[in-house]
Design a protein around this ligand. Structure first.
Ligand code: ADE
Length: 422
């Protein structure tokens, strides 16, 4: 009997339909699945995954299983689980899932431990929670682990700091650093799904609003670009001078948080840092300001400040909480300050997760291929091999019916020579 913990297995039929809907928009992953089903590159390998339990993740899990792996899955965020998808993975695909939307912190970690009880050979993280629990509480598992993968910027930052401090005990492939991941998922995925989360939860018109994006990394760029496309007047807050300059030349207003606080209608954080929507903004912002976060952890909005300085809190609609501040201003927090794109919408669309999860599947295959060849990675954070990254771009282009030109022989020679000048 397979162990699992999902909200309600009766939701499976809806979940299966939605998993298949996503699959239709994941041609690269589908072609990998086809190869995996013939070659079984992950035969006998145990994979523990801690990812957002969505229709797209379901397709990755099915692909890994098709490749011969024994897979178990828990959520990488307490609010992002799609309960019907979790049910279908258990009932229709025989995959052990431990995830319930809205689970409390204790259950969240219980589920992480359930997945780790499988004694994995590969860990697949989105935010480095598996790595963190293994390194702090379950070091006994390390002997079995060949390597891990990491999906997101925040996780890679945590892991690089572990590597620098020489405490990382097994190798990790940073999927986030593949170009076919962050150029697309972080920018177009976060751009679209964040607006989707804000619009589904509030139904506000973005045209004519002042939309403040905190952080101008790949995700911030995507959100700013899409908010502008919807007619918002976009303001960027950024602490890095280069990125701030880039934002300005991309056509956005750039200013200090205290200045933006007075005029912004919506504040959205995507920094990976703590309390970036904090006292400087929350003490000055207008009545009926909306605040939301699309960064990995729920640390970006200073909820403690809001709680301390408000006289009441109430839920006004699903995923919208109203804080009435002591001075009477109302501030609306979306999705409890957790990832608004996954808490209040369905996360990035399948077409973009296609490339992210192709990187995950091929990185798992690469880890096992190296092991089978007798070579091993060091206890470091690695990027996805460039040939894998390029191949995913080629497959994606082909699936879109796009052909591109090749260098002529003459051009190749010109590029590799240093003699010819003017
Ligand atoms: N991260 C962002 N969007 C996602 C999705 N749809 N599935 C899994 N992880 C995600």
């Amino acid at each position: 009997m397979m162990d699992f913990d999902v909200k309600d297995k009766n939701l499976a039929a809806d979940g299966k339909n939605r998993i298949e809907w996503a699959e239709a928009d994941m041609p690269v992953l589908r072609s990998i699945r086809k190869d995996f089903s013939q070659e079984k590159p992950l035969k006998g390998i145990k994979i523990a995954a801690c990812l957002h339990v969505t229709t797209e993740t379901a397709n990755l899990m099915i692909t890994l299983k098709e490749g011969g792996a024994d897979v178990s899955l828990c959520a990488s965020n307490p609010l992002s689980t799609q309960d019907d998808v979790a049910a279908s993975l258990v009932s229709d695909y025989g995959i052990a899932v431990f995830a319930i939307k809205g689970e409390d912190n204790e259950t969240y970690y219980k589920h992480i431990n359930s997945v780790l009880d499988s004694r994995p050979n590969i860990t697949m993280d989105d935010g480095a929670d598996l790595v963190s629990v293994i390194h702090s509480k379950r070091k006994d598992l390390i002997a079995n682990i060949v390597a891990g993968t990491e999906e997101t910027t925040t996780g890679v930052i945590r892991l690089r700091s572990m590597e620098e401090n020489k405490v990382l005990l097994y190798p990790i492939i940073a999927v986030n650093e593949a170009k076919t991941k962050h150029f697309f998922d972080n920018r177009y995925g976060t751009g679209q799904s964040t607006l989707d989360g804000i619009m589904r939860s509030t139904n506000i018109l973005l045209a004519g609003r002042r939309f403040v994006v905190v952080g101008y990394g790949w995700c911030g760029r995507g959100v700013a670009m899409r908010a502008k496309g919807m007619g918002a007047d976009v303001i960027i807050l950024e602490i890095n001078p280069l990125k701030a300059l880039e934002a300005r030349m991309d056509g956005f207003q750039v200013m200090k948080n205290t200045e933006a606080a007075l005029i912004g209608d919506i504040f959205l954080s995507v920094t990976g840092n703590k309390n970036v929507i904090g006292e400087p903004i929350l003490s000055r912002c207008k009545d009926r300001t909306i605040v939301a976060n699309s960064g990995h952890f729920d640390a970006e909005i200073d909820l403690a400040y809001l709680k301390k300085n408000s006289k009441s809190v109430r839920k006004v609609k699903p995923m919208v909480e109203e804080y009435v501040m002591n001075d009477g201003r109302r501030i609306y927090v979306l999705a409890e300050g957790r990832l608004v794109n996954l808490g209040a919408a369905e996360g990035h669309p399948a077409s973009v997760m296609d490339m992210s999860f192709a990187n995950q599947a091929l990185s798992a295959q690469y880890i096992i291929k190296l092991k089978n060849e007798g070579s091993s990675l060091e206890k470091k954070v690695y990027t996805v091999p460039e040939d894998i990254d390029k191949n995913i771009a080629k497959l994606k282009l082909a699936s879109m019916g796009i052909e591109i030109d090749k260098l002529t022989k003459e051009q190749e020679e010109y590029l590799s020579s240093w003699q010819s000048g003017t």
